[in-house]
Design a protein around this ligand. Structure first.
Ligand SMILES: [Zn+2]
Ligand SMILES: [Zn+2]
Ligand SMILES: [Zn+2]
Ligand SMILES: [Zn+2]
Ligand SMILES: [Zn+2]
Length: 399
């Protein structure tokens, strides 16, 4: 069953690739899930809208192509996204790295005083033997995983699969493999859909709605992991502590929340906490590159849960500008929206300390509280230079 889903995914990619001329040089034909091109859209009618008009879909860029008044658009919503170049795709032969492989969805650091480019894609660590120094430590837009259990030319995971895997898992949801009943594509739930389980899905491959057998959140990585025979791995809080003075690191400091790797073949457990890079010089080799359980920067403590949640919140387009540091107007307690409130903007906040109900000030009525942005502003005041403002800018997808 699983083998069939994988083949379906590939077949679905081939079908869309070959309908028109290939998007890639002929010897670099990639597999399922990788597409995008600055070439012309390929727009077809894909069903009815709620108002009875026709919905149009671009099969080349896998995005909505309905223009005003229910007409087909000249360019779809995703036509501007640069295609994957061959060098953006890493072929990962699992048999070559018996020392262990780890893959994560990579998003921009929540705090970054380096001048390095923004991180985005799939972060890869791979070792040839367990004692070898980390052989691969890079970020790619896609990874083609090759091993003997998979179809001959492997199976691809794209940056969006990996980034939404991170988001969905940080907010505590399981994912499942959801396959389109019309075209066989493996479905990725993005943005709002990545944190709201649902049963009726909109297939990116063919643009049609289909119903799954269960309510859930779809991510193709689940199918890839099943096909590789991977289960969940253990995670353990890091016991390391660090105190940093930013002036010791003129090259800058970067901070990410840790999130479980979507592929992990190491024997030992994965450490959780706050991932820190710190640079003495303006180079791309950090002096510190480690995950810590406790991090203090210029005397200010960081909370791993808040870092992790802010990182996931910042990746979701539908939460843009809504995550703010909010204090209770009556007792001054910094608020932290948890559970569903961590991804559901609300007009009224209830202080857990004094029970006061209040509306947050600001232009947007509905907000989410996370104390971290205000803490990062305090840390930035002691930095040798301004932090970079990264925006991952994924495409919004809401019901
Ligand atoms: Zn298009
Ligand atoms: Zn489909
Ligand atoms: Zn869906
Ligand atoms: Zn690192
Ligand atoms: Zn209060």
């Amino acid at each position: 069953m699983k083998g069939r889903d994988i083949r379906n995914r590939k077949a679905c990619a081939d079908q869309h690739f070959n309908r028109q001329q290939s998007l890639f040089p002929s010897n670099e034909q990639p597999d399922g899930g990788l597409r995008g091109s600055l070439q012309e859209c390929y727009v077809v009618p894909a069903g009815k809208r709620r108002d009875g008009g026709t919905r149009y879909w671009c099969l080349r860029h896998r995005a909505d192509a309905t223009a005003k008044y229910g007409k087909p658009a000249h360019t779809c919503r995703a036509a501007h996204i640069p295609p994957f170049r061959p060098e953006d795709i890493f072929a990962l032969d699992m048999n070559k790295y018996s020392g262990g492989i780890a893959l994560w969805g990579a998003v921009p650091a929540v705090y970054d005083t380096t001048r390095l480019p923004m991180d985005r894609g799939i972060h890869v660590h791979a070792r040839v033997t367990p004692d070898a120094k980390k052989e691969m430590d890079c970020t790619f837009r896609a990874v083609r995983i090759v091993n003997e259990r998979l179809p001959e030319d492997g199976i691809a995971v794209s940056e969006l699969d990996a980034i939404y895997y991170m988001v969905t898992s940080v907010f505590g949801y399981q994912m499942r493999q959801v396959t389109c009943s019309y075209c066989g594509c493996s479905h990725l739930d993005r943005d709002w859909f990545s944190v709201h389980p649902h049963r009726r899905h909109l297939c990116a491959g063919c643009g049609k709605h289909f119903s799954d057998t269960e309510t859930g959140i779809g991510n193709p990585i689940v199918g890839v992991r099943d096909a590789c025979g991977m289960g969940d791995h253990k995670t353990t809080p890091s016991k390391r502590r660090i105190k940093i003075t930013q002036t010791d690191f003129p090259g800058g400091v970067q901070i990410w929340g840790s999130n479980p790797a979507f592929l992990w073949t190491n024997k030992r457990a994965e450490e959780e906490g706050i991932h820190v890079h710190a640079f003495r010089k303006n180079s791309d080799l950090p002096e510190l590159d480690e995950t810590y359980g406790e991090v203090t920067i210029d005397g200010i403590d960081l909370d791993p849960a808040r870092v992790r949640v802010l990182m996931a919140q910042s990746a979701l387009p539908f939460l843009k500008h809504r995550v703010r540091s909010i204090e209770c107007p009556s007792c001054r307690e910094p608020q932290f929206s948890v559970g569903e409130h961590a991804f559901t903007p609300t007009a009224k906040h209830t202080c857990p300390r004094c029970d006061q109900q209040f509306a947050a000030p600001g232009r947007l009525r509905k907000t989410i509280a996370n104390p971290l942005p205000a803490i990062l502003v305090r840390i930035a005041k002691k930095a040798p230079r301004e932090p970079q403002q990264h925006d991952i800018d994924l495409m919004p997808e809401t019901p």
